[in-house]
Design a protein. Structure first.
Lengths: 151, 134
């Protein structure tokens, strides 16, 4: 978040307006609700992160990758996905018409927005999508404070 | 060789001519591999998130249509905090040449990859042509 300074000289007003306009454009581009959207990071696999009050769920599109070919490492603040997408083809006699799908190994680190409990992480794979459920660390979970009446 | 080729319908054209889904779910063009062996033509399409029951393969007038419908995900009701890909269905069309035995097309789904096996009709299998000297 940019710091807005007071007592700007008047001739800077247009620069300031420009800055504001850029800031508004950025907010619109990133989407509402503070969701950071990046369609392409150039790193495989693409991931989404969701949250509710006690956990994060990281999802990754891994079509054609068997669950046993993925290795997940979790720290308090990051998730590392490593693995291999193996080539499936018709052998040496196959002639290709089209080859759009990528093969090979991948290694990707995703930083989490807040701390999680690495001991309670679970991962499942369903129809080529990996789901990693990461319970939030106890001390970062939102807490409801009851207001006591002092009467 | 040209008549054996599968030709994809332009991605944008396909999206434009296609009827829109009522739920407003986007449809993407899946990445595909298509290869040919001696007896068959095989198509592999990446459709992560799609169950085998949600795939429709249709062949009409030599146009092969692949459709995969998105399922409800485990993250329903959660708040997105970081997003690199969008969820949705898949849709793509190819023009098939007539050498494929349309009756014997089979398909399977494994870890989000659709595999369509299209056996070639016997008359289109390559023959060795003897060249006789005159």
């Amino acid at each position: 978040m940019a710091v807005i300074r007071f007592q700007r000289p008047m001739n800077d007003i247009f620069a300031e307006m420009e800055r504001l306009r850029n800031e508004i454009d950025r907010i619109f581009q990133e989407g509402f609700g503070g969701v950071f959207t990046r369609e392409r990071t150039g790193v495989f696999p693409p991931v989404n992160v969701y949250e509710d009050k006690d956990r994060y769920v990281l999802t990754a599109e891994l079509p054609g990758v068997k669950p046993e070919d993925v290795e997940i490492t979790v720290t308090e603040e990051s998730v590392t996905l490593r693995g291999q997408r193996k080539q499936e083809d018709g052998g040496e006699k196959a002639n290709y018409h089209r080859r759009e799908r990528e093969y090979g190994s991948f290694r990707r680190v995703v930083s989490l927005p807040d701390r999680v409990d690495p001991n309670k992480v679970e991962a499942t794979s369903r129809h080529g999508i990996l789901y990693v459920t990461l319970p939030k660390a106890e001390d970062v979970k939102p807490r409801q404070i009851k207001v006591k009446s002092a009467d | 060789m040209t008549e054996k080729e599968l030709r994809p319908t332009e991605k944008k054209e396909a999206a434009r001519t296609r009827a829109e889904g009522t739920r407003g779910v986007p449809y993407f063009s899946p990445a595909v591999d298509i290869y040919e062996t001696e007896g068959e033509l095989v198509l592999l399409a990446d459709m992560p998130g799609v169950d085998s029951s949600a795939v429709e393969i249709d062949l009409k007038d030599n146009v092969l249509t692949l459709q995969g419908h998105a399922l409800q995900t485990h993250t329903e009701g959660m708040t997105p905090v970081y997003r690199e890909y969008r969820e949705g269905g898949y849709y793509r069309q190819f023009v098939l040449s007539e050498i494929v035995d349309q009756e014997k097309i089979s398909a399977e789904m494994s870890h989000g990859v659709l595999k369509v096996i299209m056996p070639k009709v016997s008359k289109a299998k390559p023959r060795k042509i003897q060249v006789r000297s005159a």
